[in-house]
Design a protein around this ligand. Structure first.
Ligand code: NAD
Length: 259
């Protein structure tokens, strides 16, 4: 392959869920910089429009769509609107996710809270894969990147719903790689370590940060762009024969909330 094509995303359309802020925003900017038309999908429509217009001001193609990942009708609409706007879908970054880091003691939370975490992290991820796959098959190029976490392999207190949902994403993706492979659709997973975003700022204290850095060979926490770099690799033709893989982006170590 021509070396200039390895990271060329021109004429490819990428949906990024939770694209308005944090890691999702960095993914939108990164994929747009390499030529993709990006769909900034977020339930915070005001923030999504702001991100899209910042990208457009840099001369790239971006479009904001309001979508709550926990609502099936929104996911269906996201895919339909993307097709109406750009005509095809080649890349999906299933970035929306969350849970009660350190607040999921089984003594305190209800089954309904546990279910909500799985609805947001696992079910919506699976459903969007199902919805985009026919379009990727039609286009002849498909790359899905699902956002996991170091929590999917770490063992920590009071995080069992989030951690197990992220572990489900890892293994679900390995299996979907079989289902989609013959249609030229690749599916891979990025597992961030502690990365400076709004979500992290709600739990980070100087003490927790110092404890995290003790177990992190590259002596800093992650930036959203560090995670977007791994997403770019999976989204691009350079990883054409890579599927069903999980890559952890974590400064070579691990960062947990317990000290
Ligand atoms: N930041 C970290 O340290 C870290 C570590 C491991 C994994 N992750 C994972 O990375 C992903 C992004 O996290 P982040 O830190 O960038 O979060 P963030 O809070 O900074 O940004 C999340 C974005 O998603 C949107 N969003 C939230 N729920 C939504 C929903 N139901 N529907 C649509 N949009 C929704 C928010 O409006 C926001 O724009 C998540 O899957 C998270 O689990 C983050």
């Amino acid at each position: 392959m021509d070396k200039n094509e390895l990271f060329n995303l021109k004429n490819k359309t990428a949906i990024i869920t939770g694209g308005a802020n944090g890691i999702g925003k960095a993914c939108c900017e990164m994929l747009a910089d390499f030529g993709a038309n990006v769909v900034v999908s977020d339930y915070n429509y005001v923030a999504a429009k702001k991100t899209a217009s910042e990208i457009e001001k840099n001369g790239k193609n971006a479009f904001a769509i309001k979508c709550d990942n926990t609502k099936d009708e929104d996911l269906v609409n996201l895919v339909n609107e993307t097709i109406s706007k750009f005509g095809s879908i080649e890349i999906l970054v299933n970035n929306v996710g969350g849970g009660g880091a350190g607040k999921e003691s089984p003594y305190d939370i209800e089954v309904s809270q546990f279910k909500k975490v799985f609805e947001m992290n696992v079910f919506s991820t699976w459903r969007l894969c199902q919805l985009v796959a026919p379009h990727m098959k039609k286009s002849g190029y498909g790359s899905i990147v699902n956002m996991s976490s170091m929590a999917s392999i770490n063992k920590s207190p009071a995080i069992s719903a989030y951690a197990s949902s992220k572990a489900a994403i890892n293994h679900m993706s390995r299996n979907l790689a079989f289902d989609f492979g013959s249609d030229n659709i690749r599916i891979n997973v990025v597992g961030p370590g502690a990365t400076r975003t709004h979500a992290l700022s709600t739990v980070l204290t100087p003490e927790i940060e110092n404890a995290m850095l003790k177990h992190t060979p590259i002596k800093r926490l992650g930036e959203a762009e560090d995670i977007a770099g791994a997403v770019l690799y999976f989204a691009s033709p350079i990883s054409n024969w890579v599927s069903g893989q999980v890559i952890f982006v974590n400064g070579g170590g691990e960062q947990t909330l317990d000290m």
